[in-house]
Design a protein around this ligand. Structure first.
Ligand code: 13P
Ligand code: SF4
Length: 315
């Protein structure tokens, strides 16, 4: 059944001159059929650079919006129109305007997990792979507003020593991961390296061994001499970790860390999306023009850490 679906997807992809981009949290079968998989930064870079006329974005809405803003001439399709990101919905454009009024003159850095309107109100955009470098690039005396993820914000404060005004947004999927889960996983798998995402809460990050974006986790696991890893992020990444490192073991810190929005994308929906050319993601021109400015600065600032990469892989 899947073979037929995959064959049809391949045929339509060629007919439409389409490329399939998939985030590292997508279901395994979606990552397997994608032309390119990666973290948010790698996918943004790829979306900006592809020659394809159509981008089928297997991820959530803010990612497809980012692709539409960076590639205005292309058709960007999201196979499930309800695949959103609750963290991105935790701040509206008006809430950010209000925060800016309270802190006049502050530079605004927004996490890519945000609406196009929030990006349009921001000076810089960042992902978890380059947030530290983006903030370090700002003038030392500038006041900084960082939205919407409080946990990534605190990670950046700790790494850079910069003070920042934060917004109380968070990822509900990473909120499922607790300190207790890490301790229990360590008891079950002594000696395994704990890799956690910066979206995790502070007690979890404090006791983890490595804090990395999903692309950085893939790179670190490949390069490390260690053979066993505990994964404190959305469990979808374990599919590719195992595939790329058949001689190593990966254990989810909890099976509760599943993003229901990422899992809305299925093979059938990818096929329907290419057949019917839906759901087209567009951003109003005035918002897109302002958001593009913040996004282009993000794409230009690559992570400097040795563990960091562009965080993606082509098939
Ligand atoms: P990265 O893949 O950039 O680490 O992002 C994680 C995430 O939560 C995406 O929604
Ligand atoms: Fe949003 Fe969290 Fe899902 Fe990423 S994992 S899309 S931040 S809810």
């Amino acid at each position: 059944m899947n073979e037929q679906l995959i064959k049809k997807i391949g045929q339509l992809k060629a007919e439409r001159n389409a490329v399939i981009l998939a985030h590292n949290y997508q279901p395994g079968e979606i990552q397997d059929i994608a032309d390119f998989t990666g973290d948010s930064l790698a996918l943004s870079i790829k979306a900006a650079a592809t020659d394809a006329e159509v981008i089928v974005f297997c991820g959530v809405k803010f990612m497809a919006e980012t692709a539409a803003i960076l590639s205005p001439g292309k058709t960007v399709l999201l196979p499930d129109k309800n695949a959103g990101c609750p963290m991105a919905d935790m701040m509206t454009g008006e809430q950010l305007r209000e925060l800016k009024r309270k802190h006049p003159g502050a530079l605004v850095v927004c996490y890519v997990n945000s609406s196009a309107e929030v990006k349009a109100e921001s000076d810089y955009c960042c992902t978890s792979a380059n947030a530290v470098e983006v903030v370090e690039s700002l003038p030392k005396d500038s006041k900084i507003i960082f939205v919407p993820d409080q946990h990534l914000g605190r990670f950046v404060i700790e790494k850079t020593g910069r003070e920042m005004i934060l917004w109380p947004g968070y990822c509900p999927t990473h909120a499922f991961i607790t300190e207790d889960d890490i301790e229990k996983a360590r008891e079950a798998h002594p000696g395994a390296i704990v890799m956690a995402h910066p979206e995790c809460n502070e007690p979890v990050k404090a006791i983890s061994d490595k804090l990395l974006s999903t692309g950085q986790m893939l790179k670190f696991a490949k390069q490390s001499d260690a053979k066993r890893f505990i994964i404190a992020t959305e469990t979808g990444i374990i599919h590719t970790l195992k595939k790329e490192n058949p001689d190593k073991e990966f254990y989810p810190v909890t099976t509760r860390a599943i993003c229901p929005n990422m899992k809305r994308i299925t093979l059938d929906k990818v096929l329907w999306s290419l057949e019917d050319m839906h759901y087209k993601i567009t951003v109003p021109a005035d918002i897109a023009a302002r958001a593009k400015n913040a996004l282009e600065k993000m794409v230009a600032i690559l992570p400097a850490s040795p563990d960091a990469s562009r965080g993606g892989s082509a098939k």
